[in-house]
Write a protein of this length. Sequence first.
Length: 254
Amino acid sequence: MSGILDNPFIVFTVSLIAQWLAAFAGDLLRGRRRPVQKDEREDLDVVEAGMLTLLALIIGFSFSMAVTRYDQRKDYEEAEANAIGTEYVRADLLPAESTERVRELLGRYLDERITFYLSRDADPAGQADAKIAKIQSALWSSILPAANAQPTHLVIALAVSGMNDVLNSQSRTQAAWWNRIPIAAWLLMGLIAISCNLLLGYGERRKGALLLLVLPAVVSISFLLIADIDSPRGGIIRVLPHSLIALSHSIKAQ
């Protein structure tokens, strides 16, 4: 299910087909099984209006959730760049033998973080995560000698604190990328959308397959937009590492 949600165009196609089939089934039920009676029309209209309102509210809430998570991913990308840039400068506070090593590792770490953002494919084997974890371990080990030699020195403490911010910023970013709209919310939206189309097809006063496509198309476009914003790697709307790339150019220029 999560693989489908990572591709907004699959979400659009599946939702459009499912909703149109539901509307068509409702139309068949009305025409061949049991047409709507005159005394039932008013009650049916009330139920349709209520379900459509509920569907609109859930779509609105889901869109708001997706935008919030998208903004959070952008903020954490900027925070990562700030943390890495700050520690790169604070490396001057370390002893000379540690400064060059820390900056070399920070440059490699920065390249890996840019690759993380630009990659469209997940890493099922965890190779990228293992590589980042290895560099993080090397970064922490590179400042330990200075920290152990002068544990109470304020200047060394600043460098240690900056390295801690670098490591923590990556953890916050990863958590934000895992924080997606729950699958249960998607299932609920899909169920309500299918039910709405079934009722509309059943209560439609005029015949026509194209008329039954209007609501499925509109709702499917909404699902496409929500899935696109909510997916960190799939779709068109993505968080690009502009701050990290700018930092990388600045470091290489130096």
